[in-house]
Every structure is written in C-alpha cells, then in structure tokens.
Design a protein around this ligand. Structure first.
Ligand SMILES: [Zn+2]
Length: 181
C-alpha cells in the first residue's frame, strides 16, 4: 500500500494540464495503485494524478462501491440535463459547494493494460468523471461555481487551516517602538 500526500489548492501543479499516457507499463500500474490507495485512505470519490504531483492523464474513482480508473479520458457525450449538488475535492479539505454538472456523461479512455474502456455514468459517477477530467486540464471545481458561491469559497479557503490561514501583512523586522500594529 502506498498512500502519498495529496497536493492542496495553491500548489501550482494543480493548474498544469496533464499529458497523455503513452507507455502502459509497470510505472503506470504503480501510479494507478498509489492513486487508488490514497483515494481510499482519504475516503474520496475520485483522485486525479496531478493531485499526487504527477502530470499524467489518469484518474481513479470509487463510486457506489465500484472501484476503477480511466487513462487518457475523453468525455464524448454530456447530457443537456444538469444536476445540482454539493461537490468537494480532496485538494480542498472539508469544503463543498453546490456545483452544476451534466446529469450523465459517456467517457472513453483506456485501462491500465491499454485496452479501450467506455464508461456510461450518471449522477455521482457523471459528476466524478467531469470533476476528475477537469483536473487533467488544470481546471478545479471552484472554477465551475457561480459567482456568489465562488466568492464564498475563496473566503473559506483563505480561512481554512490547511491554506495557511488568512493573508497576514508581513511585519517589519525592525523595532517599531509601539507605533506598529
Ligand atoms: Zn478534485
């Protein structure tokens, strides 16, 4: 079992588009295993490779006890019908906001052995596929929030313990003799 640290919002790696997997080799199998172990340990519904600092187009999911992964995913169909529900992310511990997503999607990609795979997902599965595929493009769920929710999210993030707390004005290293704040 290899649980690895999850990169948190603010880490630039989360904003870098990931590159397609070319070699379906042992190191890819290790990556899928690490993603799976880390996701399960964190009780997440999905985890994308950039969240472990790896810039490859790979994600894992654990939806309704169905454990899986998808490599080089492409969403080929999105329903016009949308779902509204709270969405969170392991890179934003403890935070969740209503996020509009397509109700169902069809995604194509490959399994770890290089075999083509198609996933026809709705509800949570569809939400997960959209969320994780976004990660591979450097897009985060807060980008999908409406303006009001995003404002709320940014405030919560600034106040979150993991984000280093609120921005603090750097204090002068020189004595201020009581005139400083
Ligand atoms: Zn996420």
């Amino acid at each position: 079992m290899a649980v690895r640290p999850i990169r948190l919002f603010g880490d630039p790696v989360l904003r870098v588009p990931a590159v397609p997997v070319i070699d379906f080799d042992r190191s890819l199998r290790k990556l899928v295993k690490d993603l799976t172990d880390t996701m399960l340990e964190a009780s997440g519904a999905g985890l994308a490779a950039p969240q472990l600092g790896v810039g490859l187009r790979v994600f894992t999911y654990d939806i309704d006890d169905e454990l899986g992964h998808l490599i080089n995913p492409v969403i080929v169909t999105r329903s016009d019908e949308c779902q509204d529900g709270d969405e969170g992310c392991l890179s934003f511990p403890g935070l969740a906001y209503p996020t509009s997503r397509a109700l169902s999607v069809v995604a194509r990609g490959f399994n770890v052995y290089g075999d083509p795979v198609e996933i026809d997902g709705s509800d949570l599965m569809a939400r997960c596929i959209q969320h994780e595929t976004d990660h591979l493009d450097g897009v985060l769920f807060i980008d999908r929030l409406d303006a009001e929710q995003r404002k709320l999210a940014m405030k919560d993030i600034r106040e979150a313990e993991w984000s280093g707390g609120p921005l603090v004005v750097k204090e002068s290293p020189h004595p201020t003799y009581g005139t400083g704040r």
